[in-house]
Design a protein around this ligand. Structure first.
Ligand code: 5GP
Length: 345
């Protein structure tokens, strides 16, 4: 029996150390990065924040808002090919690669990927499976490349360096990192499996960068500071679900209770999602996701402005002038307490 006894850290276990800095104003911080992708000749420029492919967040409406801010979007798996084609035809060519189309391991998902290749659509692909360690995931990466798909492939989810390298060397460009870290996720409770997100990012980013790939930190963002910590730990992209869920542009009605406004957010393997998208929950499966009511937040533009403002300010504190330089300039304090919560409920 092996017990890995190094302390594994989450976002809440650390704070970034401020440093002498020549980034005098927030406007000196350049948050646009030119991305070129391993195993692909695609190039795109933007800030690596991605809206998650959750039922309410992975919508066309949210995607348009993300693109308007020079950000990325991952669509949920429940649009059909015609809808996707129509949507992409309405997106400017230079922005199309900022859209990630999610596919799983089902026959119809793979058919969508084949159609994209046959029709030569410009779009990125995200192979999204809760357990990225199983052989069919790696096989699908290889198959997409053999079929001739030349765009960026993101694949996950994993939390260790060995498999990260393996997936990139098999043809992926970005590996999606996070197991059990999501806000609507019950995996750790139900299965006992997972890894604190900051340590997972640090290890997987190093593994990916060593072989020319990139990572996307997925899950666990509770505030703009967590996005800064993920970037500092080496994430090239940060995927956000729950923190966007209360925004006006996500799918679903606004619920009013005791004068407060809420929206529904649900895990994609929750019983709620299984019923909505797959006619119910198979008997052999336990629900690894939950349904929550999240506070209504108004426009997603304001949420993004807050996140982007946080990144710029963080760059000022640590002295990083370019987004890509953040990890080079960052060092962390391990802390017992990161926030003063005296006025919080
Ligand atoms: P959040 O930003 O809400 O903290 O995390 C979003 C991420 O949680 C998603 O991108 C996905 O990786 C993960 N996730 C979504 N639904 C489920 C679920 O039902 N179960 C688990 N284990 N993870 C989920």
């Amino acid at each position: 029996m092996i017990i890995y006894s190094d302390t594994q850290l989450d976002f809440s276990d650390v704070l970034l150390r401020p440093k002498r800095s020549c980034v005098l104003s927030r406007s000196d911080a350049d948050i646009t990065r030119d991305y070129s992708f391993f195993n692909s000749d695609a190039k795109v420029s933007g800030t690596g924040i991605i809206s998650a492919n959750m039922g309410t967040v992975g919508t066309f409406e949210v995607a348009r808002k993300m693109l308007d801010k020079n950000l990325f979007a991952c669509l949920h798996k429940h649009y059909n090919y015609e809808q996707i084609k129509e949507f992409l035809s309405s997106v400017a060519q230079e922005r199309q690669l900022k859209i990630f189309l999610s596919i799983g391991l089902r026959e119809q998902d793979i058919d969508i990927a084949k159609n994209i290749i046959d029709d030569d659509l410009t779009v990125s692909i995200c192979i999204d499976v809760p357990n990225g360690y199983i052989p069919p995931v790696k096989k699908l990466v290889i198959d997409l490349r053999v079929l001739g798909y030349k765009g960026p492939i993101m694949v996950g989810n994993v939390v260790t360096g060995d498999i990260t390298e393996d997936l990139i060397l098999s043809g992926a460009s970005i590996v999606k990192v996070g197991i059990g870290s999501g806000s609507a996720c019950l995996t750790r409770r139900i299965t006992g499996v997972g890894r604190p997100q900051l340590s997972a990012i640090i290890e997987c980013a190093e593994a990916a960068h060593c072989v020319g790939g990139m990572i996307c930190a997925d899950g666990g963002v509770t505030c703009p500071g967590d996005v800064c910590k993920a970037l500092a730990a080496g994430a090239d992209f940060v995927m956000i679900g729950g923190y966007y869920a209360g925004a006006n542009e996500t799918d679903g009605e606004i619920i009013e209770k005791d004068g407060q406004k809420y929206k529904i957010y649900y895990g994609m393997s929750s019983e709620y999602a299984q019923k909505k998208f797959y006619n119910g929950m198979p008997k052999y499966r336990a629900s690894e996701g939950r349904v929550v009511e999240v506070q209504y937040k108004g426009s997603i533009d304001d949420v993004n402005d807050e996140i982007l403002g946080g990144i710029r300010s963080c760059m000022g504190y640590i002295g990083a002038r370019r987004l890509k330089d953040i990890p080079k300039f960052a060092s962390f304090y391990k802390v017992h307490n990161q926030l003063n919560t005296v006025f919080e409920k």
